[in-house]
Design a binder for this molecule. Structure first.
Ligand code: DGT
Ligand code: CA
Ligand code: CA
Length: 574
């Protein structure tokens, strides 16, 4: 059987965790992590690359790792991994996912406190036994308990940024293996609605011959386990622990099924009530009259039309007034991916990015952009290679030079300026005024109380040179909660001062979140969708930001970087 890269990635990541809990040499641990990282970003099929002898050229895969990959490809498993799994309890790994819990702590708690899993950890902390260990106090207890809650609430949900590429892969692979039997195929569920995290992936197929499709689905190379296999529905589990549900329906009810399985549940309930009020019945097979006459079912558009509604975009189907808007003919013309003309938050190797300005321009042009802003970190963010004033001035000069050679494309001189603890900015005004785009952002002292944080941010936004407030809540999905901040007040100031609020397109951030985006729009605040790229490939995060903007009901007019270069230049001088 074919071995998918995701299987090797999982084995290597687990090896790294097990070894680190055992307290093994950090270099060895790192070797596994690096190889897993490299394999995760592999372009091409693992086995094919291996047979072409191309794996050894990939950075991160050394000789030792190559041999291990070889073993897995040959016998389907790695003996060293099987051994480790017997030695270290599997549940200990899970403890590493709790913020504040490093491998050393896990090891100590296991050996000294017999803490084997999350439940043990919770009891251990609640009974204040943790305090007896060196370096641990009341603060650590609090942080760990908060971490446990965060972990539990996100457990089993994965990022849109991970689910979407996987779903696309499933669709491509199914199409290539059983295309004659597939009439139509589409994602459904929360994935189609573009939610920031996904519980399971739902895919819907229209076909009159389901069995070859179900066969192909359950034999996809990344299937770890087949949970169910039937004529109309099958479910699988992938190597990265993700469930995918595939439903096959007949072509004449595809539209109704797509509406039903896209949800959300509360959108469906509202829609059904509307149908009842009109004396109709709606289910996953179609829309019917009392007498059982079928009015619609083949296309989603017809399903909505039979209820006197325009097609409601999936991203709006969260029961947030979309049906009422449809009724009044007020469904917005949502922003499209092609509408984006630039990216205004990008790091280069001058700070903690990986690429040069020139490389980034190349990629941006390929995307059809007309401008980008280079926004490296400011001085005091030392860990992120923040630029001193001198280096920033040099960078501005360099950018001027580049611009003099460019036609129809512009690089804006920018900076992601740290908002210091007291709300002051990390460069003096004389420096800020030399920049085209000043982004203000919080990176440190994230645990300040709500009032202190809010005042701090507002003070920064009142600086006349600040244009953008980036990743406004600092959340990292599944990893770190938003810092406490009064967004209502911050938006009020943004509105007064014409500050653009960022929708950060990094899959872990998607910050500002959909509900607040909608609120910002209501107050006529402009938003800007940025990738915050630290690597060329991160420029590809843009679609996740666009989906999130659509979930916030945004149209082209609401988004600053949907302006053409000349329009954008005008808006800059306003
Ligand atoms: P998830 O997977 O937790 O991210 O969220 P969804 O929305 O994808 O939920 P899922 O996978 O349980 O079900 C997919 C869709 O199927 C859901 O959005 C709406 C529809 N659906 C599922 N169960 C029900 C139900 O009991 N009633 C109604 N009206 N719709 C349902
Ligand atoms: Ca789902
Ligand atoms: Ca599902």
């Amino acid at each position: 059987m074919k071995v998918d890269a995701s299987k090797v990635v999982r084995i290597f990541n687990e090896m790294a965790d097990f070894l680190s809990i055992k307290g093994e040499n950090p270099f060895r641990v790192r070797a596994y992590q690096k190889a897993a990282d490299a394999l995760e970003h592999l372009s091409g099929d693992l086995e094919a690359l291996y047979h072409q002898g191309k794996l050894q050229n990939i950075a991160g895969i050394g000789k030792g790792m190559l041999e291990k990959i070889e073993t897995i490809l040959e016998i389907g498993k790695l003996p060293a991994y099987e051994e480790l799994k017997k030695e270290v309890p599997e549940s200990l790994r899970e403890l590493l996912f709790i913020p504040e819990m490093g491998p050393k702590t896990v090891k100590v708690l296991y050996e000294k406190g017999n803490v084997k899993n999350i439940e043990d950890l919770e009891k251990f902390v609640q009974s204040h036994k943790l305090r007896n260990l060196p370096g641990m106090g009341a603060k650590t207890e609090e942080n760990i308990l908060r971490g446990i809650n965060l972990y539990r609430s996100s457990k089993g949900r994965i990022l849109l940024g991970k689910a979407l590429p996987l779903a696309k892969r499933v669709i491509t692979e199914l199409k290539s293996s059983v295309s004659p039997d597939i009439e139509r195929i589409s994602p459904a569920g929360s994935l189609r609605r573009g939610k920031e995290t996904i519980g399971d992936i739902d895919i819907l197929v229209s076909s009159s011959n389901s069995s070859p499709i179900m066969d192909a689905f359950t034999y996809l190379s990344f299937v770890e386990e087949v949970l169910a296999k039937g004529k109309t529905k099958s479910s699988i589990l992938t190597y990265d622990g993700l469930q995918i549900d595939l439903r096959v329906v007949s072509p004449d009810s595809f539209g109704a099924a797509l509406q039903y399985f896209t949800g959300s549940k509360s959108h469906n309930i509202n829609l059904r009530e509307r149908a009842i009020r009109k004396g109709l019945k709606i289910n996953e097979y179609g829309v019917f009259t009392q007498k059982g006459e079928k009015l619609a079912g083949r296309n989603e558009e017809d399903v909505h039309a039979s209820l006197s509604l325009p097609l409601i975009p999936p991203e709006l189907r969260e029961d947030r007034g979309e049906i009422e808007a449809g009724e009044k003919g007020e469904i917005p013309e949502l922003l499209k991916e092609e509408g984006i003309k630039g990216d205004l938050h990008i790091h280069t190797k001058a700070s903690d990015g990986a690429n040069s300005i020139e490389e980034l321009i190349g990629r941006a042009k390929q995307k059809g952009y007309e401008y980008i802003a280079i926004t490296d970190h400011s001085t005091s963010l030392k860990i992120a290679g923040g630029l001193s004033e001198d280096r920033l001035l040099q960078q501005i000069n360099h950018e001027e030079g580049i611009n003099s050679r460019l036609k129809g494309f512009k690089v804006f001189a920018g900076s992601e300026v740290d908002i210091r603890k007291d709300g002051s900015l990390d460069y003096p005004d004389e420096v800020l005024k030399k920049l085209d785009i000043v982004i203000a952002a919080v990176h440190t002292s994230l645990k300040q109380d709500k009032k202190t944080m809010t005042d701090r941010v507002i003070k920064a936004l009142c600086n006349p040179f600040v244009r953008i407030f980036a990743h406004p809540t600092g959340r990292l999905l599944g990893e770190r909660e938003a810092y406490s901040i009064d967004l209502d007040k911050v938006l009020q100031v943004a509105q007064e001062k014409n500050i653009w609020i960022e929708i950060n397109a990094q899959p872990q951030r998607l910050d500002l979140a959909d509900l607040w985006i909608k609120e910002a729009k209501k107050r006529s605040i402009k938003l800007v969708i940025n990738t915050d790229a630290h690597h060329l490939s991160n420029l590809d995060f843009m679609p996740f930001g666009v989906i999130t903007a659509r979930r916030g009901w945004l149209e082209k007019e609401d988004v600053v970087n949907a302006l053409s270069l000349s329009e954008f230049l005008t808006s800059l001088s306003l």
